[in-house]
Design a protein around this ligand. Structure first.
Ligand code: NDP
Length: 272
């Protein structure tokens, strides 16, 4: 019998995780199965426990349950503690372990797949929701010269920065602001971690924030977005979040199985 894993969320039918993990299993020869589980909003904890009691070895957790997965985990990684959210649960004999692989997924996509060194760069992170909490710590770990978090609701950007200042030794380079505060500033990397693209919108980013050779990275994936069109129009290079999706999955797979799959072929397959 294969070892059982699953992604749990609501909605979850759109998730590419079963396909990605099936490819990882085929590639590495690991004997695993991977399902998608839809949990009712009131039923998340029960659904996790049911899967675990039926022999499940681990789960990926997606919207809207990442905060509840953080509360459910009995042991948490530093990444999960910083993010206040868990996207990877590992069911060990002693405890439920929680981790967050979103940030390392973004950093690996940027540094390995896209060849962008982050040390000493000026980074703009747009959004102060769950995705930004997930990636802020790992971005700070890369020692940027500056990391500015801009958000429509400025107070949330300031709260995020206070949280990371308490937890992270590199946080002095971190500050929060609104979009209008960005006028006149330049960045080497602009990451869109807002959900604005889901409704065909983009945050009120002022023109001129892309430095020469800058990259505009949208965590959304699956085609062009208003942000990527804006970034391209400003002369920036562009990338969507498909590589991040596959990289965060690869890190979950490594946590569970102790082997890191090759991500390049899986990213290429998903782009076909
Ligand atoms: P949240 O709901 O937690 O946060 C949403 C953020 O978007 C908030 O900062 C919100 O600002 C901002 N926002 C929403 N609409 C607008 C708008 N019209 N203009 C300006 N700002 C806006 O979402 P998440 O952080 O969990 O997810 C953000 C995105 O990241 C999603 O699209 C998700 O799919 C993607 N993602 C991709 C991953 C990948 O692997 N590629 C992994 C994780 C997330 P405000 O606070 O003012 O409301």
């Amino acid at each position: 019998m294969p070892d059982k894993y699953a992604v749990i969320g609501n909605p979850v039918a759109h998730s590419k995780s079963p396909l990605i993990h099936a490819e990882f299993a085929r590639q590495t020869g690991e004997d695993v199965s991977y399902a998608a589980i839809l949990a009712a909003h009131g039923d998340f904890e029960t659904a996790v426990e049911r899967f675990r009691s039926e022999g499940g070895r681990g789960m990926n957790v997606t919207l809207p349950f990442k905060h509840r997965a953080h509360a459910l985990a009995q042991k948490r990684s530093r990444r999960a503690e910083q993010a206040l959210a868990v996207n990877t649960l590992a069911f060990e004999s002693d405890a439920v372990h929680g981790d967050n692989t979103d940030g390392v997924g973004l950093v690996r996509d940027l540094t390995v797949n896209l060849g962008r060194a982050l040390r000493g760069t000026r980074i703009l992170l747009m959004g102060a929701g769950g995705a930004s909490y997930g990636v802020c710590g790992p971005l700070l770990d890369e020692s940027p010269a500056e990391l500015i978090v801009a958000n429509r609701t400025k107070a949330k950007a300031l709260t995020l920065c206070e949280h990371f200042r308490r937890l992270h030794p590199a946080a002095p380079v971190l500050s929060g602001c609104s979009y209008e505060d960005l006028a006149g500033k330049r960045f080497d990397l602009v990451v869109n971690a807002t959900s604005a693209g889901l409704t065909g919108e983009m945050p009120a980013l002022p023109p001129g924030v892309f430095a020469a050779g800058a990259l505009g990275y949208d965590m959304l994936y699956g085609g062009s977005t208003p942000f990527l069109e804006f970034a391209g129009g400003e002369g920036g290079e562009t990338a969507d979040g498909l590589g991040m999706l596959v990289e965060q999955a690869a890190e979950s797979f490594r946590i569970w199985r102790g082997v890191r799959p090759e991500t390049g072929p899986v990213i290429a397959m998903l782009r076909l």
